[in-house]
Write a protein that binds this ligand. Structure first.
Ligand code: IPE
Ligand code: IPE
Ligand code: MG
Length: 250
């Protein structure tokens, strides 16, 4: 493990890591248990991912916890996920404070049950001055819904003459997304072997490096994160330029 950390170049770590935490249901099934058992065992992985990201100096980590599409799951599972969200946020608050974690959320938060909203807003408020790392939970989040919401808000401002149509650019769109206060994603990790985006951060991942691992989310530990970072650091991010230009720092 310490060897792994030593292989990481601390001057080249991703500033923003986004994770699709997938595979809880399969993890539970593999143990002959109900799907909810997997969700209940996901918290250790969350802690490890956030601590690991902090260890290497990453400033932003965003976790996909519940998608707009996840509302279509059986009610029993949705209810269990919501109560787990509430209990986990309450339980983790002291550690958020101790470790300098600023909590943030993206998504259509008004869709969440009111007690979940309350706990979430309280944790966001109580941790707002923390500066070590920003931990964003994507809750009732869908990138398409986010874009629709942004277009509505921009359109209203156009109608009210607050924004001139000709002035609409990438920056204005960015400022109307739920992620307005977050930088672009550098590295996106998805667990459980699925190789898809599932409506996560479509705009923000335009130039992210994608990393897929077979590990099921409840088994995810720092070593898995560090392996992803090492893989990321062996890639060349060209942003449309040629390799020669990148070498010359042009
Ligand atoms: C991810 O695990 C957690 C959520 C989507 C809330 P899943 O519940 O999707 O687990 P699998 O993919 O069915 O194994
Ligand atoms: C994506 O996982 C959403 C979260 C991890 C919260 P899903 O398990 O819902 O994704 P699909 O449906 O398999 O693409
Ligand atoms: Mg899944």
């Amino acid at each position: 493990m310490s060897n792994l950390v030593n292989s990481i170049n601390l001057n080249k770590t991703p500033n923003h890591i986004a994770i699709i935490m997938d595979g809880n249901g399969r993890w539970a099934k593999g143990k002959g248990m109900q799907r909810v058992f997997g969700h209940r065992n996901a918290l250790t992985a969350v802690r490890e991912a956030v601590d690991g990201a902090s260890d290497i100096g990453t400033k932003y980590i965003t976790l996909y916890a519940f998608s707009t599409e996840n509302w279509n799951r059986p009610k029993l599972e949705v209810d269990a996920l919501m109560s787990l969200l509430i209990s986990s946020l309450k339980k983790e608050l002291p550690d958020f404070q101790k470790n300098g974690i600023r909590v943030n959320s993206i998504g259509n938060i008004e869709q969440l049950p009111s007690n979940a909203q309350k706990v979430l807003l309280n944790v966001i408020n109580q941790t707002k001055h923390n500066t070590t790392i920003t931990l964003t939970f994507a809750l009732s989040y869908g990138a398409r819904e986010e874009i629709v919401n942004a277009i509505k808000n921009i359109s209203k401002k156009v109608v009210n003459k607050e924004i001139d149509i000709e002035k609409i650019d990438e920056k204005i769109i960015n400022n109307h997304l739920y992620t307005f206060n977050l930088p672009d994603v550098d590295l996106m990790i998805r667990t459980s072997g699925e190789q898809r985006i599932s409506n996560f951060l479509l705009w923000q991942m335009a130039y992210a490096e994608l990393y897929f691992t077979e590990v099921l989310w409840p088994d995810f530990r720092k070593e898995h994160l560090f392996n992803a970072i090492i893989d990321y650091q062996n890639r060349e991010r060209r942003f449309g330029k040629t390799s020669e230009q990148i070498d010359k720092n042009e």
